[in-house]
Write a protein that binds this ligand. Sequence first.
Ligand code: NAP
Length: 289
Amino acid sequence: MAKCAFLGLGIMGFPMAGHLAAKGHEVCVYNRTPAKAEAWQKQHGGHTAPTPRQAAEGAEFVFMCVGNDDDIRGVAYGDDGAFAGLGDGCALIDHTTASADVARELEAHAKSVGKQFLDAPVSGGQAGAENGVLTVMVGGDAATFERAKPVMDAYSRAVTLMGSAGAGQLTKMVNQICIAGLLQGLSEAINFGMRAGLDMERVIEVISKGAAQSWQMENRAHTMVKGEFELGFPVVWMRKDLKICIEEADRNGALLPATALIDQFYHEVQHAGGDRWDTSSLIHNLMKG
Ligand SMILES: NC(=O)c1ccc[n+]([C@@H]2O[C@H](COP(=O)([O-])OP(=O)(O)OC[C@H]3O[C@@H](n4cnc5c(N)ncnc54)[C@H](OP(=O)(O)O)[C@@H]3O)[C@@H](O)[C@H]2O)c1
């Protein structure tokens, strides 16, 4: 069993840290809004700390799951940041979805101060975090990965080293590009079928058994037909992720014409008040009018 810290008890971090405690690891949590850390401790035991530095002191592994690049820097650096408390050779493992650049920056910083860093974004959403079945895509050095993997197994069904620093984030970008295209296709198909007067419940049941089948179809199509968008991963996070993808593509020369367009469609959803709607709400743009 490992001595761990977990920084950031949001929709994802709260249950992830809970799985660590349930597996018997010793966990100290930090959250910017202390009430969430207190609620976590009430539910799971363990300890709370008032700063990332204090949470990291004495921990072999410090996990974090915050919002974006700037949030990561805010939690990792500075007198009260995680690096300041981390012991020599210990590892900071970041589950935030962020840029590959910030991952490489943190890894270089970690190495320069005798510590380790892994970028380890996750897929599987709120349900995946709550059920402990996330997919974790990791970038960094192999020795740190081998040490950390059994601990990350507490909340994951697959934890895979994809390459050097940043490779986890790049893999997550591929994931998000796939999802954006899939959801726009599904939105257009469902809207088309509804306007054609088909019974979409039956259509989905039938085509789910054929080549059009997808996780999004199985898990989102029925709520999309009803215009319900309350199943987790919100549009505001998706736009953050697509911005990261588009910026990375500008650098590596990849063309993302559909992804860039779908990003604008999400912008339209936001205009309609959909910041917190789930990502299948792309269909909302097509249903009106
Ligand atoms: N939700 C999903 O389905 C999902 C799925 C896959 C990946 N992700 C990614 O996972 C990350 C977290 O998502 P989430 O849904 O858990 O977000 P969330 O519910 O909004 O939680 C964000 C957490 O980060 C903390 N935080 C944010 N900025 C901070 C800062 N500058 N300093 C200190 N703490 C800060 C928040 O603290 P406070 O409580 O004080 O606000 C909160 O604990 C994001 O990068 C997201 O893209 C999310």
